[in-house]
Ligand binder design. Structure first.
Ligand code: GUN
Length: 297
């Protein structure tokens, strides 16, 4: 007879980990400032007025202030022509006062995100989205790593999670999370050296795949999609999702959940990220690390 094992899980606390990293970044930023006469400087372009994007960009700007970076928020109208946006990008590429910049996604539908990404100088692409950075990442060469997968690696490192020889299942294959995550977890490094499976919307019998995971990383964009029956006992579970679910019992009218059904999955896990306070804060901290790297280059 099969018995359900209940383990005492531990939290992969992204908030705490990111606070610790931010102290180190602040010290390094002060050194850069002393050596170069100016602090590391990150700019963010926000096109339009999407509420979620605005919240993310404002959080990035606030994080810059916390570690003593300079930041610039460049707000552009929803109706901006693609060529005008590309002109603004080429201005930032040659701005010697700026170490790195990002263009917050998604962009309005009349703007081609690939043209925008290609227009950014790879040396200032602290999002790590430019094909030169993606290619260098795949080859294990110096590059800017994309913030979310890089933040997850930092979190696994912080908690000394063993990865070598483990089965890692990544659910989701986006360019900015799932695909780079799979590359990083399979490379010959720490964290890494996993046997990686990438599952996605066309995967057959997903539960039979996720149940094989020693390390399960979920970035599928569906609230509470991974349920208890889909997880192996003792797995390390990393939840990239964040969703607002209407909840009249909450003062603000909603609660936040991830792609993982936390109440069901946590008791089966050895380690699990909370939502919020797991991957989210690590993502922003990785952007700061990339900006520091750009400023130090
Ligand atoms: N939209 C969602 N995530 C990201 C990110 O990491 N960078 C940018 N530029 N836009 C995003």
């Amino acid at each position: 007879m099969e018995t359900a094992m209940t383990t005492t899980y531990q939290l992969l606390d992204g908030k705490r980990c990111s606070e610790a990293l931010k102290l180190e970044i602040a010290t390094a930023a002060a050194k850069v400032k002393a050596a170069r006469g100016r602090a590391p400087h990150l700019a963010a372009i926000l096109v339009g007025d999407d509420g979620a994007s605005r919240t993310y960009v404002e959080a990035k700007v606030k994080a810059c202030e916390e570690v003593g970076f300079r930041s610039s928020l460049i707000r552009l109208p929803e109706t901006i022509a693609e060529d005008e946006l590309l002109d603004r990008i080429s201005g930032l590429n040659t701005d010697a006062d700026l170490d790195g910049f990002i263009v917050q996604l998604p962009l309005p539908s009349h703007i081609d995100p690939e043209r925008v990404t290609l227009a950014i100088d790879a040396k200032k692409d602290v999002d790590g989205f430019h094909p030169v950075n993606v290619g260098n990442m795949v080859l294990g060469l110096p590059c800017f790593l994309p913030a979310t997968p890089s933040g997850i690696c930092e979190l696994l490192k912080h908690y000394s999670i063993e990865t070598a020889g483990k089965q890692c299942v990544v659910v989701g294959r986006s360019n900015i999370v799932g695909t780079p995550m799979a590359i990083l977890m399979s490379r010959n490094a720490y964290p890494g050296n996993c046997t990686v499976t990438v599952a996605h919307s066309r995967t057959k019998d997903l539960a039979s795949i996720t149940r094989q995971a020693d390390i399960l990383i979920v970035a599928i964009g569906r609230p509470e999609f991974i349920t208890g029956d889909m997880v192996k006992d003792g797995a390390v579970v990393v939840d990239v999702g964040i969703h607002r679910i209407p909840d009249s019992s909450k003062k603000r009218g909603f609660r936040l959940v991830g792609d993982v059904h936390f109440e069901e999955v946590a008791p089966k896990s050895s380690w699990i990220t909370p939502v919020p306070g797991g991957v989210g804060p690590m993502t922003i901290t990785s952007l700061l690390l990339n900006t520091l790297k750009a400023a130090s280059n």
